[in-house]
Design a protein around this ligand. Structure first.
Ligand code: COA
Ligand code: AMP
Length: 275
């Protein structure tokens, strides 16, 4: 039941809370995280969010928003893969090729990569027409922030164990949940992303059909550029409704399938037999 409203035990919990934390220090955003939990679990969720902000003296904004159970959608976790690449150049060009394999035009795929690497970070994701490469987000300086999502109850802990066994961090689990919400929107054809942390070099391309494909190098150490670009099927996109859906439609991500991860090196494979 990938896209329906929740049923069974989860749907039986009538009252849910979207708990969101963002922290600023020295005028800069330094940390942000969120949970979507049954109301009785909100205190543990808030405690966990507070632990996530490691910066002493940060100014923290915490939002707790009640959410009706019947407004929550369920979406599947994307299958994931890590591709070990030999260079930044190879990582970027394989990520671009991954977009092309998911029906993104050559022009739009190239523009998406340029948007990530051109040195003008945004607070959210750029929305780009998957064919023409035209920007579709209402505010191009800010982009759109995807919010109001979490792993379904219990799945986060299992996902953390799953990730640790494979040498991946909580950052990967968060990024996979975020990409899984975005990919579940019918108007999102594919996505490409790169952290703006100067010491975090991997990036990814993601889509419903291709899963979340992480490339070990998509930027050089010390490079502060980063971002996310959603490639949009404009026939299914409505500026107001679709942006609102990304920003605030509550979504719970289904548990990870233990088999749904693979790890490869580009010197052992060609991009064609990755999937
Ligand atoms: N950089 C700079 N400013 C940011 C920011 C960022 N990354 N995130 C939030 N802000 C600031 C902006 O000033 C924004 O105001 P604006 O809309 O006028 O620009 C303000 O915070 C409110 O943002 P909003 O998203 O509405 O706040 P929120 O409290 O509802 O949610 C987050 C904050 C951080 C929890 C949410 O935006 C988010 O990122 N959720 C996903 C968390 C996650 O799991 N990320 C995984 C990343 S790998
Ligand atoms: P991060 O992976 O957290 O380093 O973020 C890298 C970039 O991705 C940010 O600079 C934003 O442009 C974008 N981004 C981060 N979080 C979100 C989000 N929740 N929704 C949309 N874009 C985001």
């Amino acid at each position: 039941m990938p896209f329906g409203v929740l049923h069974g035990n989860i749907g039986a919990v009538e009252s849910w809370v979207s708990a969101r934390m963002r922290a600023r220090f020295g005028g800069r955003h330094v940390s942000g995280a969120e949970r979507l939990v049954p109301t009785p679990q909100r205190q543990e969720a808030v405690a966990e969010l507070m632990r996530r902000c490691q910066v002493d003296g940060a100014r923290i904004a915490l939002t707790l928003e009640p959410i009706r159970a019947d407004s929550i959608r369920k979406a599947p976790a994307l299958n994931a893969a890590t591709i070990h690449v030999r260079s930044v150049c190879e990582g970027l060009s394989l990520a671009e090729a991954e977009l092309r394999e998911r029906s993104v035009s050559e022009l739009a795929a190239r523009r998406a990569v340029e948007t990530l690497t051109r040195g003008r970070n945004m607070r959210g994701a750029a929305l780009m027409d998957a064919q023409t490469g035209a920007r579709l987000d209402p505010n191009r300086e800010k982009g759109v922030r995807v919010s109001a999502f979490d792993w379904e109850p219990g799945a986060r802990e299992r996902a953390m164990e799953w990730a640790q066994r494979r040498g991946l961090s909580f950052r990967f689990i968060d990024a996979l949940a975020l990409a899984s919400k975005a990919a579940s929107a019918p108007f999102v054809t594919a996505e490409i992303g790169l952290s703006d942390d100067p010491n975090y070099l991997p990036g990814y391309a993601a889509s419903r059909a291709g899963g979340y494909v992480r490339f070990t190098q998509m930027k050089r150490r010390g490079d502060p550029n980063g971002g996310r670009v959603y490639l949009i099927d404009s026939a299914l996109f409505d500026a107001e409704r679709s942006v609102k859906e990304l920003q605030s439609a509550p979504v719970l991500i289904g548990g990870l399938d233990a088999e749904a991860y693979m790890e490869k090196h580009t010197w052992h494979i060609s991009s064609a037999n990755r999937a």
